[in-house]
Design a protein around this ligand. Structure first.
Ligand SMILES: [Zn+2]
Length: 268
């Protein structure tokens, strides 16, 4: 169920019946020369909407206000002032909770959001709240080793990637007609390794050092058929995750336990 398509009364019913809200997260950013700016959020939103058909839940509208400072130098990127990005997400999440959802699932499809979202989830323990966030880490596993990744690599040769075969195929399935394969750069996006001389460092330009065209992989290998298969795979995995979230009682109880202990400390 899509939040924005429900009327107020049906929304209240959906909260009661499903108890889970899913937040599809992306950004607006360059996807080489051939794929749309909203690729991440369009993929995230459509996957969530279809997973909600398998495992009923309410899907929040696509959230585009993530971390994308590395694409600020390209047309069409929308970057939010860093502190505001966290505050805005906090505000949105607390509004979702105020509307009755005590379990919120993050479904992120933008690699540059992981650090921010992981930190956001860590500081949920900073002060008491009555809801729990569960982030689905397999929307595209960066360590490349999770089961979904293994299945995806049977469909495409590189997974995950940015604007390459995987992501281009996926968006061709979600929004047929918005990808122009005739614009695909003939030179595939191979990592340039421009920072490989400083082993073990993290810098603000790690990704740009490898992929200055914002192109990782080879979109000439992309097809709608591959996208359809990938999409079905991701939808199935997300639906299973939502089911597990619905059944979970441990994470909320442990959060409560920590909040109770925090409270006791202040009373000593
Ligand atoms: Zn993307």
């Amino acid at each position: 169920m899509r939040w924005e398509l429900l009327n107020s009364n049906d929304f209240a019913k959906a909260v009661k019946e499903t108890k889970v809200c899913v937040l599809p997260i992306g950004v607006l950013e360059r996807h080489a020369d051939h794929a749309p700016l909203g690729t991440d959020v369009l993929i995230a939103h459509s996957t969530c909407v279809e997973a909600a058909e398998l495992e009923p839940c309410v899907v929040f509208p696509g959230y585009i206000f993530g971390q994308i400072n590395e694409a600020k130098c390209f047309p069409g990127a929308v970057t939010i002032e860093p502190k505001l990005a966290l505050e805005l997400l906090e505000n949105v999440v607390s509004e979702i909770a105020r509307n009755g959802f005590k379990k919120i699932v993050f479904y992120n499809c933008h690699g540059g959001n992981w650090n921010m979202l992981n930190y956001f989830i860590q500081y949920q323990l900073y002060e008491k709240r009555d809801y729990t966030i569960y982030m689905f880490n397999d929307s595209f596993p960066l360590d490349g080793d999770k089961s979904l990744g293994d299945e995806a690599r049977k469909i495409v040769s590189k997974y995950p990637c940015h604007a390459g075969e995987w992501e281009t195929s996926y968006i061709m399935s979600v929004e047929p007609g918005c990808v122009d394969l005739s614009n695909v750069d003939k030179e595939p996006g191979l990592p340039l390794g421009r920072l490989s001389h400083i082993k073990g460092a993290t810098t603000a330009v790690d990704w740009y050092a490898d992929f200055p065209r914002h192109y990782d992989g080879d979109a000439l290998e992309a097809s709608k058929e591959k996208g359809d298969a990938l999409r079905a795979l991701h939808i199935r995995h997300l639906a299973q995750f939502i089911k597990a979230v619905k059944q979970d009682t441990v994470a909320p109880a442990l959060m409560q336990e920590i909040f109770d202990k925090q409270q006791k400390l202040t009373e000593m």
